[in-house]
Design a protein around this ligand. Structure first.
Ligand SMILES: [Zn+2]
Length: 117
């Protein structure tokens, strides 16, 4: 995964988030799951709002120290993972915090195996 400039996130959290995104990408391949996830994201304010809000919470130093905060962190990670998985299905995929997810070949993809000619 090629690193790019962007929000800083704890490396362990990023590893967890990356795994969650891959699970969500697989889940979105089930019939009806893509439209359900889109509807849920729209109901929660839309993908951009969720990504900016949860991204801010995930990257703010000192967040999520107590037991209750850990539940909030889990909810934020799951919301972010769903949004990034939805973004991965868009043309060109999605890049956040220096990480890139995509499900189809496209130009300028940081993952060489996905690059088109
Ligand atoms: Zn890509």
């Amino acid at each position: 995964m090629r690193r790019q400039r962007g929000p800083a996130i704890d490396s362990v959290l990023m590893m967890v988030l990356d795994g969650l995104v891959l699970v969500r990408i697989l889940a979105l391949s089930r019939p009806g799951e893509m439209s359900r996830a889109h509807a849920e994201a729209v109901a929660d304010g839309g993908l951009a709002d969720i990504i900016s809000e949860t991204g801010d919470r995930l990257t703010a130093p000192g967040n999520f120290r107590g037991h209750r905060d850990r539940k909030t962190r889990s909810e934020a990670l799951n919301a972010m993972a769903t949004c990034l998985a939805l973004g991965a299905h868009q043309p060109g995929g999605i890049t956040w915090a220096g990480h890139h997810w995509c499900v189809a070949a496209h130009g300028n993809c940081p993952h060489r195996s996905n690059q088109t000619a």
